[in-house]
Design a protein. Structure first.
Length: 393
């Protein structure tokens, strides 16, 4: 697709996305194919959505069978497909109740409402600096990224941020007025920043003292992407609430809030709801995702290959330390922080038929589909090495 064709198509839409100049025809596994037949290795994965890649045969089968039965019924009815997905989420999260949404943002909004009902309007809900929890007003009020909130004041009151990995700031701000801390154990949009174990340990010690809730935002990092079911599993802790989305729908809009203990009893009938959350077709796809990731042990491959990808990138960082500042992340959620803005390298990789994402201006975000194999990772590594050693240096 040339620039003129893209501009003509963009005339239909609000100018909210920096569009990638590719005219996609279809996808196959770890690849996207354009209308002119170019095949691209997709290490973007729809921003961590396409855990099983593109056109997965089992998702196609499950979605087709479900839509032949019914595409939608009101949440006034229980359905087997919803119940089965909820059962799997509970099994692999350790939580005990589920509320389905259409997205991660909606899951975050649900968490805010639950916290407010339980803790009252005056308790402070904290997030961490440079965090991202969504774009609606509640989730945006949680987020600690100035560029996302610049024009939208006033935001919700009694929201505050704790400096990322800053134990002194954590001690300073947490007290008996604290209602909850909402956090990504590995920040996605913020640049693949990983929480330090000492910070997490202190946070849970303070929770015991002050009885606030801990909400794990696993929207991007959950469902096996880090080589464990959720990013918090790397720390041997259990949050009160988990937010999930992206990968669980297999490419269809789906999210969920998961609760532990007595938190499943906070809402009463009519306190909250959704028309489309837990759509049967999306849930059918979600069952396939969870069965493939957990029951067929795809997660083990992610852990092993994620370690390989990370170690190879660290080797390149040591070799090209004037360009690569740091490699961060776990599993198939990896960030390569550069000493300069990363858009040029992302474009150079795209010219070599490799798709990755640039976040936080100078961090290359690498999000392979969970089905990616060693040959796919090697293809990425080869082209990344070629770019930074030849095209860029």
């Amino acid at each position: 697709m040339n620039l003129k064709e893209q501009n003509n198509k963009n005339d239909f839409f609000l100018d909210t996305y920096k569009r990638i100049p590719l005219d996609i025809s279809h996808g196959e596994g770890v690849h996207l194919i354009t209308k002119d037949g170019q095949r691209y290795l997709d290490f973007f994965s729809g921003l961590a959505v396409n855990a099983l890649g593109h056109s997965h045969s089992l998702i196609i089968k499950a979605v087709t069978e479900q839509i032949k039965k019914f595409a939608h019924v009101s949440n006034y009815y229980l359905t087997d497909v919803q119940s089965r997905l909820a059962e799997l989420l509970i099994k692999y999260s350790g939580m005990n109740k589920v509320f389905f949404t259409n997205s991660g943002t909606e899951a975050a909004e649900t968490a805010i409402k639950l916290i407010r009902k339980l803790k009252g309007p005056d308790g402070i809900i904290f997030s961490l600096t440079n965090s991202f929890h969504g774009r609606t007003y509640g989730s945006m009020s949680l987020s600690g990224r100035e560029k996302n909130i610049e024009y939208y004041s006033p935001l919700l009151k009694n929201m505050n941020q704790i400096n990322f990995n800053d134990k002194n700031d954590l001690i300073k701000k947490i007290n008996s007025d604290s209602a909850a801390v909402v956090l990504e154990f590995i920040q996605g949009e913020g640049g693949i920043n990983v929480l330090h174990p000492d910070f997490v340990e202190l946070l849970f010690e303070l929770k015991e003292k002050y009885n606030f809730l801990i909400v794990a935002d696993e929207i991007q990092s959950g469902i096996g992407r880090t080589g464990k079911p959720f990013a918090f599993n790397h720390y041997n802790v259990v949050p009160d609430i988990i937010l999930v989305a992206k990968a669980i729908g297999g490419g269809l809009p789906l999210g969920a809030l998961l609760t532990s203990g007595d938190l499943g009893n906070v809402f009463s009938t009519g306190d909250h709801g959704t028309t489309f959350g837990g759509n049967p077709v999306a849930c059918a796809a979600g069952i396939v995702v969870l069965e493939e990731v957990f029951e067929k042990q795809l997660i083990s491959s992610v852990e092993k290959l994620g370690d390989y990808l990370y170690s190879e990138l660290v080797f390149l960082q040591q070799k090209f330390n004037k360009l690569i500042k740091e490699v961060r992340g776990k599993g198939f959620l990896i960030g390569v922080e550069l000493t300069s803005e990363c858009d040029p390298i992302v474009e150079m990789l795209r010219n070599r038929n490799v798709l990755v994402n640039c976040t936080n201006k100078n961090v290359i975000r690498i999000l392979p589909p969970l089905i990616a194999g060693k040959s796919d990772i090697d293809f990425f590594l080869y082209n990344f090495h070629q770019v930074i050693s030849s095209d860029f240096s």
